[in-house]
Design a protein around this ligand. Structure first.
Ligand code: DNO
Length: 346
C-alpha cells in the first residue's frame, strides 16, 4: 500500500513540509481548487501541485476529487459536453503522473453532518451526525443552514436542485451514472488511470435526494455497469460504515481487486442514524479497522491509503476533519496495522 495524506494546496495550514515529516508518508492527495465543477484544469495548475509535492519528496498520484457537476448527475442537455471536459481532465492528469481519481456521484451535498465541533469528554472535538437534527434543517422546509454548506448555495437555487433530483429518483440517477461511466472508463483505461467512486456519506437518501452508492449490493451493481478494473471504488470506512447494516469486512473481501483507494476513519454509533467521529484505532469506535485492513491485505489490495477525518486535538484549529495532529496519529496507526498484517502473512 502507499500511505498518502490529503493536502488542500498552498493555502492549507497543514504544509507539505509537515506532511513529509510523517513517518512512511509517500504522497499527497490533492486537486485543483480554483476551477468550478465541469471546467477543464490547466496543465500548469496540475504541474504546480506535482512539482511542489515532489520538492518535499512526496508523490502526486491521487486526485480527490475531480468533481462531477450536477448537470451530469441530472443528465441535463449540456451533460455530453461536460463529460467530454471530464475526460480531458483525466487525460491531462494522467499525462502528469496521476494514477487514481476519486470522485463521487452524490446529488447536491457531498458529506452531511449536524455538528462540526462535537465536544468529546477529553476536550477534543470532531464532526458528528444526528439524523433528527439534520432532518430539522431540511432546506426545503426551513431556512436553517447545514453545517459546512452555508456558503455553497443560494437558498432558491438549492430548493430548485432538490426538486429536480426528487423528480429524477434513484433509477434516473443510476441511468445518468451509467452514461457517465460508459464515456469515462474507456478513457481512464486508455490512460491507465483507476477511477475510484466514493460512497455516499451518510449512505442513505436524505431530503428526498436519491443516493445510490450505499450498500454492498449497490456497489456490485455499480461494478457490473462497466466490468473493468479501472471502474473502481474508494472504500471509505466512515461513510459506508455509518450504516451498521453494511458489513465492511465482507465488502472489502468481495471487492479487494476493485478498491484502489482506502479512506480509513473510525466512527462511534451513539444511536439510530447517529454517530460521532473518533480517533482512528479500532478501540476508539464501532468500526473494526483491523478487520477491514486484514480482509483487504489477504485479498491482494495494493492501493493508496489515507487517514480520513481526524478530531481537533491539542488545541488545534483548522479545516474541519482535516487538521494535522489527529490525522498524523491516524497515519502512523495505519502504517502499523499494515506492517503487522503484511508481515504476519509471511
Ligand atoms: C470528506 C471527503 C469527501 C470526499 C468526496 C470524494 O471529507 O471524504 O468530501 O472527498 O466525497 O469525491
Amino acid at each position: 500500500m502507499k500511505l498518502t495524506f490529503r493536502w488542500y494546496g498552498e493555502n492549507d495550514p497543514v504544509t507539505l513540509e509537515k506532511i513529509s515529516q510523517i513517518p512512511t508518508m509517500t504522497g499527497v492527495v490533492s486537486a485543483v481548487y480554483d476551477v468550478k465543477p465541469g471546467g477543464i484544469w490547466s496543465e500548469e495548475s496540475i504541474l504546480k501541485i506535482k512539482e511542489s509535492a515532489n520538492r518535499h519528496n512526496l508523490a502526486f498520484e491521487v486526485v480527490e476529487s475531480v468533481p462531477v457537476p450536477e448537470d451530469i448527475k441530472l443528465g441535463s442537455e449540456n451533460a455530453p459536453l461536460l463529460i467530454e471536459n471530464y475526460c480531458e481532465n483525466i487525460r491531462r492528469l494522467a499525462k502528469h503522473g496521476v494514477k487514481c481519481i476519486c470522485y463521487n456521484f452524490m446529488p447536491v451535498f457531498d458529506w452531511l453532518r449536524s455538528e462540526l465541533e462535537h465536544q468529546h469528554s477529553d476536550g477534543s472535538n470532531a464532526l458528528a451526525y444526528d439524523e433528527n437534527t439534520v432532518l430539522a434543517m431540511n432546506p426545503l422546509n426551513s431556512d436553517l443552514s447545514l453545517p459546512g454548506w452555508d456558503a455553497s448555495y443560494e437558498s432558491g437555487e438549492l430548493k430548485l436542485l432538490l426538486k429536480k433530483y426528487e423528480t429524477l429518483g434513484e433509477e434516473g440517477l443510476w441511468k445518468n451514472l451509467e452514461v457517465f461511466l460508459k464515456a469515462v472508463i474507456p478513457v481512464a483505461k486508455e490512460c491507465d488511470v483507476n477511477m475510484a467512486i466514493h460512497p455516499d456519506d451518510p449512505p442513505w437518501g436524505i431530503f428526498g435526494l436519491p443516493r445510490i452508492i450505499t450498500t454492498k449490493e449497490n456497489i456490485r451493481r455499480f461494478f457490473d455497469i462497466v466490468p473493468e478494473k479501472n471502474n473502481g471504488l474508494t472504500l471509505c470506512t466512515g461513510s459506508l460504515g455509518a450504516n451498521p447494516g453494511n458489513d465492511l469486512i465482507e465488502t472489502a473481501t468481495e471487492f479487494a481487486d476493485r478498491i484502489h483507494f482506502l479512506h480509513l476513519r473510525n466512527i462511534k454509533y451513539t444511536g439510530i442514524r447517529k454517530f460521532e467521529e473518533v480517533g482512528h484505532p479500532t478501540p476508539c469506535g464501532s468500526i473494526d479497522m483491523y478487520g477491514v485492513v486484514k480482509a483487504l491485505v489477504e485479498n491482494g489490495f495494493d492501493g493508496y491509503v489515507r487517514p480520513d477525518h481526524g478530531r481537533m486535538i491539542w488545541g488545534e484549529k483548522g479545516r474541519y476533519g482535516y487538521g494535522l495532529y489527529d490525522r498524523a496519529l491516524g497515519a502512523t496507526y495505519i502504517a502499523g496495522l499494515f506492517e503487522a498484517i503484511e508481515k504476519g502473512q509471511k
